[in-house]
Design a protein around this ligand. Structure first.
Ligand code: MTE
Length: 329
């Protein structure tokens, strides 16, 4: 996602991604074999050194299962989910978050709630997330850089949290911020983005049943590199909307500023809905490469068509009825 003036000799970030996918083909093949073995005994039997978190007990099953997706939507191997990350607070390399977030302190954790709501205040993680409400949802996850994954998230619907906070009639948007702590987050020593990382949703998007506040994946607490202890997941939007390690939730009347839009408004809009028909100014969004996905006869993961709203059209298209999606990208 790094924004730079492009020289002719430069490689697109999407190409860099695809190159690294190619180079890691053997690793994927090994991981894919491990996944099919694990699938036989259930996803929660997987263990990996990347997962340091606790098992989350009594997670409820939902209709968003592996089976609810397509036949080519196998779960992305845990290793890829936890070692190929974007979390610029820990560096811009895909491996930086896993390497540099090991000592990130996520307990205790406080989230400030403010703005247009009846119950502003400082909430502990435990105030916001009730263990008996945890659900598992297997979602497709599409990064703006044209790679994608399928991830079994654990979390609670954002709508349930919002209802408890009592937004007023003036609350038209929900804004989120990530922690700022350069001592723990070495990437924040550089002005790659204006910190804190910020994101936002329109109220109807925030209340959409698909929108999840995730606190875990693969049945365990979120690894630090994936946004522990609490991050957003909006599966019909590009991955950069899924803000990590949230410390502030604000209810606002006006559309809030968002990090990537502030950084490069021509490239990243507020909505950021996955849309194969609207290209990024520097690359196509028509296709994507599924990390750890099925390989072709050459042992290479081929590109696949990107689905409108990442395949969640039925659940979300009505929210954008009448809107020009090329203009509201
Ligand atoms: N949240 C914060 N705070 N900082 C970030 O750099 N990167 C975003 C999003 N959330 C980012 C963030 C981007 S670009 C993507 S694609 C996803 O996180 C990646 O999530 P993952 O590493 O869990 O796959």
């Amino acid at each position: 996602m790094l924004i730079q003036a492009r020289k002719k000799s430069d490689v697109l970030s999407s190409e860099i991604t695809l190159h690294s996918v190619f180079m890691r083909r053997r690793e994927f093949l090994r991981a894919a074999a491990a996944t099919s073995a694990a699938a036989a005994i259930g996803p929660f039997m997987l263990s990996d050194p990347a997962m340091a978190g606790m098992k989350l007990p009594n997670v409820q099953k939902t209709k968003w299962t592996r089976e609810s997706l397509g036949k080519d939507d196998d779960l992305t191997p845990l290793k890829d989910v936890t070692t190929y990350n974007n979390f610029y607070e820990f560096g811009t390399g895909k491996g930086d978050p896993a390497r540099k977030s090991k000592d990130f302190k996520t307990k205790p954790w406080t989230v400030v709630v403010d703005g247009e709501c009846d119950k502003p205040g400082r909430y502990s993680f435990e105030d916001l997330i009730k263990p008996h409400e945890l659900q598992e949802r297997v979602y497709r996850f599409r990064c703006v850089e044209a790679w994608s994954m399928v991830i079994p998230w654990v979390g609670v619907p954002l709508a349930d949290i919002i209802k408890r906070l009592g937004p007023t009639g003036n609350a038209k948007y929900v804004a989120f911020e990530t922690l700022v702590d350069p001592a723990q987050m070495p990437g924040q020593k550089y002005a790659i983005l204006k910190w804190p990382y910020r994101e936002g949703l329109r109220m109807d998007e925030a209340m959409n049943p698909l929108t999840l506040m995730a606190v875990g994946l693969y049945g365990e607490e979120l690894p630090n590199q994936n946004g522990a202890p609490i991050r957003l997941v909006t599966p019909w939007k590009y991955g950069f909307k899924s803000i990590k390690s949230i410390v502030r939730i604000s209810f606002t009347e006006k559309q809030p500023p968002t990090s990537w839009n502030m950084s490069a408004s021509r490239e990243y809009g507020f909505y950021s809905n996955v849309n194969p028909l609207v290209n990024h100014p520097r690359w196509s969004q028509a296709k994507e490469r599924r990390l750890g996905g099925p390989t072709n006869v050459f042992g290479f993961v081929p590109k696949r068509p990107t689905l409108m709203f990442n395949g969640y059209e039925e659940e979300v298209a009505a929210m954008y009825k009448g809107m020009n999606l090329a203009r509201n990208y």
